[in-house]
Design a protein around this ligand. Structure first.
Ligand SMILES: [Zn+2]
Length: 387
């Protein structure tokens, strides 16, 4: 972004939630941590998650004299969904709104809490994205196409993660969360090289970049044993470290370290019907690999990324997300959407054009197939759409 004569001098900044709470059974203490924030909570929870958490939440709220007022949520965080939640907040005279469950409910809660002028809390029941900690919401169309980022002046007052619920959730949620979080360091490193403005509204801090790097290390050390633990439905130290990496550290790291090409390519992929039904982190992983190719990352780094993400169970070829290098029109549309003027792809340390994105997306197919074959890893097959 070009500086103008009257633009204030750039500053470095880091933002974060007021409190982060994580642990096995943490949901039993939701009331204790919500009580200092508000006295009239509104819970936003879909029916499935409410079935799993209702008794725990009721017991915890009763202990702290908090009412149990709840509305359902079963859609994308669309502008209409946000408006309906604002109405519910007003109708119930809530002074704190709590999103329990997945990323869409949590994003809608942030946007609605902000619009209604009250405080908001994230209580994710899966570790599938780093959205719960951030001060922004991603708004989608009814069909799940990316519309916009909305920025708020505050992060959630509380982020509470019950790792037993994470372990009980479908394992592909955790796998997707690894994909989302792996992008954080790749993007923060690029944003730092170009001194780009981060989602926090300033230059990256040393702290933001270091948190992104710590997230990257913890993911590599803990993802595979943590996924084993989640398959068994148990909480282990590896799972705890993975959840901290992909919920807290990745959230702080992307927001105050900077986004770049990987998430912009994800946003572009939401325009491709083939990719509908894929999780956020699955599409982000394609964006991460395309970014590494585009920036000319070292061959061994790219190879390690392909091997690791294949073992984790993330897509790293077009085939797996229902596309092929021959889909010229679709890939062009994805690349054009990834390169619109406001996109974070322009935080890369060199000018990015749709041509560059198309070439990178085409390149990952043959590259990943060769690396996977050389390491005795399975050939890519189309992922079944599951959320
Ligand atoms: Zn993300």
């Amino acid at each position: 972004m070009a500086a103008t004569e009257n633009a204030p001098a750039p500053v470095r900044t880091l933002i974060s939630p007021s409190r982060f709470v994580q642990g096995k059974g943490a949901m039993t203490r939701l009331g204790e941590f919500v009580a200092p924030i508000g006295s009239r909570p509104l819970l936003v929870v879909d029916d499935v998650v409410w079935g799993l958490t209702e008794q725990t939440v009721r017991d915890s709220f009763a202990e702290h004299d908090l009412r149990v007022e709840r509305v359902g949520f079963g859609r994308f965080a669309t502008p209409a969904a946000v408006e309906e939640l604002v109405e519910e907040i007003r109708r119930t005279e809530a002074d704190v709104v709590i999103g329990v469950g997945g990323g869409s409910a949590i994003d809608a809660v942030k946007a609605a809490g902000h619009d209604a002028g009250i405080r908001w809390v994230s209580a994710p029941t899966a570790a599938s994205t780093d959205a719960p900690t951030s001060a922004l919401a991603v708004i989608y169309s009814e069909e799940g196409e990316f519309l916009e980022y909305r920025f708020f002046p505050r992060n959630p007052d509380l982020v509470l993660v019950d790792t037993q619920l994470v372990a009980n959730a479908p394992v592909q949620f955790l796998v997707a969360g690894v994909g989302d979080a792996l992008a954080t360091f790749i993007e923060a490193r690029a944003a730092r090289r170009s001194s780009a403005t981060t989602m926090a509204g300033g230059l990256p801090t040393e702290t933001g970049t270091a948190l992104a790097e710590l997230s990257w290390r913890l993911l590599h050390e803990n993802a595979l044993p943590a996924i084993d633990a989640a398959r068994a439905g148990v909480v282990t130290p590896a799972l705890e470290r993975l959840v901290e990496a992909n919920t807290l550290l990745s959230g702080l790291g992307f927001e105050s370290g900077g986004l770049a090409a990987a998430h912009a390519i994800h946003n572009g992929l939401t325009a491709a019907p083939q990719a509908h039904g894929l999780a956020h982190g699955q599409k982000v992983n394609i964006g991460s690999l395309a970014q590494l190719v585009m920036e000319g990352a070292a061959a061994d780094e790219i190879e390690d990324f392909i091997v690791f993400t294949t073992k984790v169970g993330l897509p790293n070829t077009l085939t797996e997300i229902g596309l092929s290098p021959d889909d010229e029109d679709e890939l062009r549309a994805v690349a054009e959407a990834a390169c619109v003027p406001d996109e974070t792809i322009h935080s890369m340390p060199f000018p990015v054009t749709p041509d560059l994105v198309v070439d990178a997306l085409k390149a990952i197919e043959g590259l990943s197939r060769r690396v996977r074959a050389a390491h005795g890893l399975p050939e890519p097959v189309l992922y079944r759409a599951e959320h």
